[in-house]
Design a protein around this ligand. Structure first.
Ligand SMILES: C[S@@+](CC[C@H](N)C(=O)[O-])C[C@H]1O[C@@H](n2cnc3c(N)ncnc32)[C@H](O)[C@@H]1O
Ligand SMILES: [Zn+2]
Length: 272
């Protein structure tokens, strides 16, 4: 992607001014500057906006997610999302992670302009290294360093979002595509790990949005032993389940697990 396209929708996280490029540095008119990393991503997360030294998914979690996505078992979700992306759309993926969905979306819709944001520098580094035709930014979904009314599609897959920011950056005619786990998501795995499984359906009735469509995407995955391990290690189950249960489940040679994705397409009803 050309640098002009890349920085077109980025803004300075300090003063919200536009950015221009000099060498490997982006700078606003107030001379706040940000380096483009060796891998090609830009860190626009200010230290004062970090809650910890390494916020977001850890290096280990990013590696596990990457390993799991190499199985391509979740690719049907990317295919379902691609159906909602028009050619030439400006797409912002919030909490994009290590970049497997970014890659799948760009492969099936090469005409889109893709921006991936994640608060985890490890995740963004992994994505930027492999995907030259996307723009990857370390930032928080609570303070998006992108200009207002710039995106035709905002995607969030199992990632936290902030309502004011979504409304601010989405174009008036745009859609927010939110993917959340349905009640049956990974239920067999959860039964192995916990005595009682919590209700995990994350459907929320967000005010200020009109639901355009809602789709359940369900299928069964036949997991091999390495896939069981990487799936456990990329979920919060790794902290929540007892270590003995984790060990027992990781020792299984195979496991059939149901996937239950809920895809909700919304348009904003706010006149902002
Ligand atoms: C469950 S993972 C999903 C990653 C990716 N969308 C996928 O499905 O493979 C959630 C992601 O959100 C990121 N995240 C958590 N809090 C965030 C925040 N405040 N702003 C941006 N990203 C955040 C994490 O670092 C992690 O990569
Ligand atoms: Zn500035």
């Amino acid at each position: 992607m050309s640098v002009t396209t890349m920085i077109k929708y980025l803004i300075c996280p300090i003063c919200s001014g536009g950015l221009s490029k000099t060498g490997q540095t982006l700078q606003c008119d107030n001379r706040h500057s940000y380096d483009i990393s060796r891998e090609g991503y830009i860190n626009l997360l200010l230290p004062q906006h970090k809650q910890s030294k390494h916020p977001g998914d850890s290096k280990e979690m990013v590696a596990s997610r990457r390993d799991f996505h190499k199985t391509r078992l979740y690719k049907p979700l990317a295919d379902a999302l691609s159906a909602h992306l028009s050619d030439q759309a400006n797409v912002l993926d919030l909490g994009c992670g290590e970049g497997s969905y970014s890659q799948w979306l760009l492969d099936s819709e090469p005409g889109i302009t893709y921006y991936g944001v994640d608060i985890s520098q490890n995740a963004i580094k992994s994505a930027a290294k492999r995907i030259p035709n996307g723009t990857f930014i370390v930032a928080s979904n609570w303070r998006l360093p992108v200009s207002s009314k710039s995106f035709d599609r905002i995607i969030s897959i199992f990632a936290p979002t902030q309502q004011d920011q979504l409304h601010r950056v989405l174009k008036t005619q745009g859609y927010w595509i939110n993917v959340t786990p349905g009640s049956q998501h990974l239920i067999e795995l959860r039964h192995k790990l916990f005595d009682q499984t919590k209700e995990i359906d994350k459907q929320v009735d967000y005010p200020g949005w009109r639901i355009i469509s809602q789709q359940h995407l369900g299928f069964t995955m036949n997991l091999t032993k390495p896939a069981i391990t990487s799936l456990i290690d990329m979920t919060p189950y790794i902290w929540k389940a007892q270590s003995t249960r984790i060990k027992e489940t990781k020792a299984l040679s195979a496991l059939s697990v149901g996937v239950d994705f809920q895809i909700t397409l919304r348009s904003s009803t706010l006149k902002v």
